[in-house]
Design a protein around this ligand. Sequence first.
Ligand SMILES: [Fe+2]
Ligand SMILES: [Fe+2]
Length: 190
Amino acid sequence: MGDAAEDRAKAEELPEGDVIRILLEQHAQVRDLFAEIQQASADGRKEPFDRLRALLAVHETGEELVLRPKAEGSAWKDVATERNQEESEANEVLKHLEELDTATDAFLSALKEFERSVDEHAEAEESEEFPRVLKALDEDERRKLGARLQAVEKMAPTHPHPTAAGSTTAQALTGPFAAMMDKVRDALAS
Ligand SMILES: [Fe+2]
Ligand SMILES: [Fe+2]
């Protein structure tokens, strides 16, 4: 199992706004949210699970639409294709998971399984893909991609109690996961 503190330490080695820094910070947030859901009471799982779904919609769609198209024609292409494949499989598992009642044991065991596959996927990105991105794209380009990601990141309610000022953006991602992904896709296309 990867470690949130390790992800944050790696992120801090990169310049602010760098696409890989942002993605590593999101990996840390994803890991924290999995822990938060499992530590919550049965009735308290839904709220952090909603935040996890919103963050994953932003994160995986961002990797797919902002980062991976840049792999075309490079040594990073095969690795990128494998990661895209894992993401579409994870999306299917998540669609199943969100049909379960979050207060049940069935949800908790399906969540643990999902966590394992998300963790493996994130580890593969960190060890095989991100190092290739750092070689293939210069700092300026990585900052440009990071800016696109940050624009949609605001849609994800990553804090439990958004302030009044933040509440409208925090409301942007609600509903089923598939619908959240559509909203992120639209935001990235505009
Ligand atoms: Fe991913
Ligand atoms: Fe990722």
